[in-house]
Design a protein around this ligand. Structure first.
Ligand SMILES: C[S@@+](CC[C@H](N)C(=O)[O-])C[C@H]1O[C@@H](n2cnc3c(N)ncnc32)[C@H](O)[C@@H]1O
Length: 299
């Protein structure tokens, strides 16, 4: 939840570059001495592509960020890190930030935007003039404000459909933005599914915020009944979509539509190969390097 009342907490970050081979070792070391989280980024703009479901890819040069609570002794940690890496000259950037900075940053990036006739507003803003349909989203720590291309491709697609009397499954619902949009655009029922319990809580809150009265169920993937839907929409990365292909296919009614997002242009062929045995009338819409893939299930 993005609420200003939360107690402010400070965090420290240590940022430094390391090589792919040392990443696991150094991450374990930092976690053992109190890091609460580690994130890895590309240090040298090296393109990586998904290969197989279980393959772990990592850049050759990695920028590692370690997060520590405010009580941590940064000087001591930096000293130990240099010793472990056997590199007294290691350049380590340190930074301290508080929760409120992060919340303010998320808020500042999320602006009201329309997708065809549909307006998406951050929950902390209200339209000056009446807008209809409009949805209010507080992403909390879940993905889904509409600002990422993979979500906006889905919202644009939904806003162009005739959704009256249709049922929809929002698979990988994140903030719930797609399912809530579908309900406001006329869908009769939506099921929301995510494997992250936090996303389910945030979806529940966003449903309440948008006064969703019509049947809407929010659950883990393994709780989903063996129902079929007119539309199944999933904005997840291509490799996960491929892994989930049987489940996604099974939930689409014959003659219904599967909508997939989170796909890079070069991954469309793999998606075609995975799904086109059961689907036809395939259509793609592109936005920069991202593609929305949709197709009709064979009867
Ligand atoms: C990119 S976010 C999309 C959120 C939102 N639907 C949107 O379009 O903005 C992907 C979501 O899929 C969920 N997810 C990833 N793998 C999943 C899986 N195997 N089963 C169910 N949900 C999954 C993630 O937890 C995350 O909330």
């Amino acid at each position: 939840m993005l609420t200003a009342e939360k107690p402010q907490k400070s965090w420290h970050t240590l940022v430094f570059n390391t090589s792919k081979n040392l990443t696991d070792l150094i991450s374990d070391f930092l976690l053992n001495i109190g890091a609460v989280s580690i994130s890895l980024e590309d240090a040298k703009s090296q393109a990586l592509f998904e290969m197989t479901p279980n393959q772990q890819l990592l850049w050759d040069q990695v920028q590692l960020t370690a997060y520590f609570e405010e009580a941590a002794n940064l000087n001591e940690i930096c000293q130990k890190l240099k010793e472990v890496m056997d590199n007294p000259q290691l350049v380590i950037k340190t930074n301290t930030f508080c929760d409120e900075d992060w919340l303010a940053k998320v808020k500042s990036l999320f602006k009201p935007k329309n997708y065809g006739k549909l307006w998406v507003y951050p929950s902390w803003e209200k339209p000056e003039a009446e807008k209809n349909p409009v949805i209010y989203i507080d992403p909390g720590q879940a993905f889904g404000t509409g600002s990422h291309q993979t979500t906006s491709l889905c919202l644009d697609w939904l806003a162009k459909q005739s959704l009256e009397k249709k049922s929809l499954l929002d698979f990988g619902c994140g903030s719930g933005i797609l399912g809530i949009a579908a309900l406001k655009l006329g869908c009769k029922t939506t099921n929301f599914v995510d494997n992250d319990p936090l996303a389910l809580t945030i979806t529940q809150e966003n449903c309440q915020r948008n006064e969703i009265q019509i049947p809407a169920s929010i659950m883990q993937p393994n709780e989903l009944p063996q129902t079929t839907y007119d539309i199944v929409i999933a904005n997840i990365l291509a490799q996960t979509l491929i892994t989930l292909s049987q489940q996604l296919t099974d939930h689409v009614k014959p003659g219904g539509t599967l909508v997939l997002s989170g796909i890079l242009t070069e991954q469309v062929e793999a998606i075609d190969q995975t799904f086109l045995d059961h689907f036809s009338a395939r259509n793609i819409i592109q936005n920069d390097e991202w593609v929305l893939w949709s197709a009709t299930k064979s009867k």
